[in-house]
Design a protein around this ligand. Structure first.
Ligand code: ADP
Ligand code: MG
Length: 183
């Protein structure tokens, strides 16, 4: 049982025919979970409704079923946690977001963050770098992260670590939420 999941769906519930631009083999390859054993990251990018959260959820569930420790959160909640622990003078070491084999950070980029929060997020990414895996989903292209995080130097440092051992999945298709609703 994992808390923090917005919903429970597996990859079997994912209709690849709706997203023909998506490399099915590449996605299915992630489900052998070797990226977690190799401490790599996965980044899902794309507009709303294309399946980023669904893919993150189904990977988290698969990892959980394989006995790995999972922490699922969205960016907003993660920042709140990081700030609380920082203000309490705790380094976060006992925390799920610190020690889980897989952390999923959903919805990076939906809400802007302050410079200080940006620093906390950097420390979070740096702490996990080459130690454990992180999945990030974002509706913003990397080029737009600078504006969102205010500090271009920190953004570069975050992306440098995040992308070093990573699979970046760019989903360019239509929103599944609007399926059948557009003329
Ligand atoms: P987002 O990319 O905004 O995170 P979600 O992954 O949450 O979007 O997808 C929105 C809704 O549509 C969810 O209920 C999800 O399960 C469903 N969905 C998205 N893409 C597909 C797909 N290819 N096949 C089946 N369901 C999908
Ligand atoms: Mg989502």
């Amino acid at each position: 049982k994992i808390s923090g999941l917005p919903y429970i769906k597996s990859i079997d519930d994912f209709d690849f025919s709706f997203q023909p631009g998506l490399d099915k083999q590449k996605i299915m390859g992630l489900f052998d979970l070797s990226f977690i054993r190799e401490k790599g990251n996965v980044i899902f990018l794309g507009p709303p409704g294309v399946g980023k959260t669904h893919l993150g959820v189904s990977l988290a569930l698969k990892a959980c079923q394989s006995g790995m420790s999972i922490y699922f959160t969205n960016m907003e909640d993660l920042i709140i946690k990081l700030r609380k622990d920082h203000e309490a003078g705790k380094p976060g070491k006992g925390r799920g977001y610190y020690k889980s084999s897989l952390v999923v950070v959903d919805e990076v980029g939906y809400t802007p963050i302050t410079r200080e929060e940006c620093n906390l997020f950097f420390r979070f990414i740096a702490n996990r770098y080459e130690k454990s895996s992180t999945i990030v989903t974002s509706n913003k292209a990397f080029g737009d992260w600078t504006e969102l995080f205010h500090d271009p130097i920190i953004v570069t440092a975050i992306l440098d670590r995040l992308l070093h051992h990573s699979a970046v999945i760019n989903i360019k298709g239509n929103s599944y939420r609007l399926k059948g609703k557009k003329p």
